[in-house]
Write a protein that binds this ligand. Sequence first.
Ligand SMILES: *Cc1c(COP(=O)(O)O)cnc(C)c1O
Length: 385
Amino acid sequence: MSAPVYLDYAATTPVDPRVAEVMSRHLTLDGIFANPASRSHMPGWQAEQAVEVARRQVADLIGADPREIVWTSGATEADNLALTGFMRANRARGRHLITSRIEHKAVVDTATALEAEGVEVTWLTPDRDGRIAPQQLRAAMREDTVLVSLMAVNNELGVIHDLAALAEVAHAGGAVFHTDAAQAVGRLPLDVTRLGIDLMSLSGHKAYGPKGVGALYVRRDPDLRLEALIHGGGHERGMRSGTLPTHQIVGMGEAFTLAGREGEADQARILAQRDRLLAGLEGLEGIHHNTALDVAVPNILNLAFEGVDGESLLMALRDIALSTGSACNSASVEPSYVLKGIGVPRHLALASLRISLGRFTTEDDIDRAIEALRHAFTGLRRQTS
Ligand SMILES: *Cc1c(COP(=O)(O)O)cnc(C)c1O
């Protein structure tokens, strides 16, 4: 049996072999393994230098200054630091936070936890495509709104937010703008200055880097303060303590350089593959698009297969690795809160699959997926009708 076709790049990407090679040089005695905070010897300085090169690589991709990058354990921690760290540090200025119902759980659950601390959260309901319109945000802004958090690319739908327009509205109302850009790296240009972003969450493993590392971009501004969530040695300018994982960090740095160099070409190839997939499914009745193709990244496609349930479909698709809803809630059979949030009816939400393509997807993978999807869907439909 051949290995399953991997079409779950939105859950995680494999590490690019070029990234793995750089990482492997930062682990063992003959490599750069020392503690980057060790100031008393050459191996420590070398490790620090490797971390700083990677910090610049990440900063360069988003048009930031390296001093604006805070290493974290992933985008989850970056989201926690952005929301909780900011709301706590700005208690005196205001307690109102605006976000949306279809953010990643790392934002949704953090905002919910903040409600218990007395933060007031406005949960915007997106339109049918999954987007928040600037005028909708404007209407929700209040005198005491201090933070707006809206994601760049939705991880279940692939839909893209107009960050520049949303950030402008947030700023006009005197608030700071945070975006979770975990799914946007290598998929979209992400210049923080042009977009007007104040805080941006990033992840290594959604962009061919390793799991367990991420970063928060924090715009340099004396008014933009965060309260640390993790206390210790005062690393990362006091914002995030903990010994820096050099191998993870250099991996993320290399991955982000590759994203800048190859992201556009990747996306062009993936667009053609997505269209090949859609063409291959043409003629099948009962396929509904949850992803609004004209406002989405080409690598994520969320489809409902009417009349079957997603779990049975997944079972019938053993040779294809993909997700129902998002990986984080695939353990439960409740429909995805994201699909619910954009108004997909329950029976269709439960019949939905997320197909996500990536750098290593081949035309042969697409053809195998088409064949398997057609076979599974028509087979299950026959059983249920
Ligand atoms: C994967 C993902 C996260 C979580 O990132 P980790 O690095 O795994 O913590 C957060 N937000 C979005 C949009 C994601 O896709």
